[in-house]
Design a binder for this molecule. Structure first.
Ligand code: C5P
Length: 217
């Protein structure tokens, strides 16, 4: 499909605000290719933990070229330790540039069977897909986000307290918003969705109404 005919959706959000879940629902409903870009940084964050001495730019480039999307579903990427490592390495300009190439292919040249793409992360509306047809900034209050993430960790049998989750989210929010390259911020042309008091279903209904309105015009 030609690029002009693709449906492109960019979503930014702080951690655990529900953006990943909504991006998945959107991708299923509209048959769009979905990339959770945080998983790429998590993949690199885990590589750094597992290979502290080998971790260099050429090493990262090699790994990214070979990266299979399937691997991003690996449960080992879901730990708090990996999230913090990801957030640290995501401050690096050269690493962001390497990841950028990977994301561009997913955003603008998705596999032919899809009608377009939906990417979620921290710099999607600001850097990766500035010209997306739809731009959303999904957020929720930090205690609600911490509660949701804590429940997810409990269902995965991870040993972590609610207070530790809250602290970790605070640290990541600060680092992700204040860093020099690709900081998380809401662009003027992004639609703000606050999910604090919204169920997954209600949130999707809201997003769908906005998307359908434009697509059907
Ligand atoms: O979304 P998730 O919490 O899995 O992302 C892990 C980390 O990856 C974030 O805290 C952030 O530092 C980094 N990230 C980023 N840019 C993106 C997506 C994620 O810097 N587009």
């Amino acid at each position: 499909m030609k690029y002009e005919n693709l449906i492109t959706i960019a979503i930014d959000s702080p951690a655990a605000a529900g953006a990943g879940t909504q991006a998945k629902l959107i991708s299923k409903h509209y048959n769009l290719f979905h990339l959770d870009t945080g998983k790429i940084y998590r993949y690199l964050g885990k590589l750094k933990i597992d290979n502290p001495n080998k971790f260099s730019y050429p090493f990262i480039e090699k790994k990214i070229i070979k990266l299979k999307l399937n691997y991003l579903n690996n449960k080992s990427l879901l730990t708090n330790e990996v999230a913090l490592s990801a957030s640290k390495i995501a401050r690096d300009k050269r690493i962001r540039r390497i990841v950028h190439y990977y994301q561009q292919k997913c955003a603008y040249d998705p596999p032919k069977k899809f009608r377009g793409s939906v990417l979620d992360g921290r710099d999607i509306t600001t850097v990766q897909m500035k010209d997306a047809m739809f731009k959303f900034y999904i957020t929720a209050n930090i205690k609600t986000r911490a509660r949701r993430r804590f429940k997810e960790y409990q269902s995965l049998n991870k040993k972590i307290t609610y207070e530790e989750v809250l602290k970790s989210l605070r640290n990541r929010d600060k680092s992700d918003k204040e860093r020099k390259y690709g900081p998380l911020k809401k662009t003027k042309d992004s639609i703000l969705i606050n999910t604090t008091k919204l169920s997954k279903k209600a949130c999707f209904k809201k997003l769908k109404a906005i998307i359908d309105k434009k697509l059907n015009n």
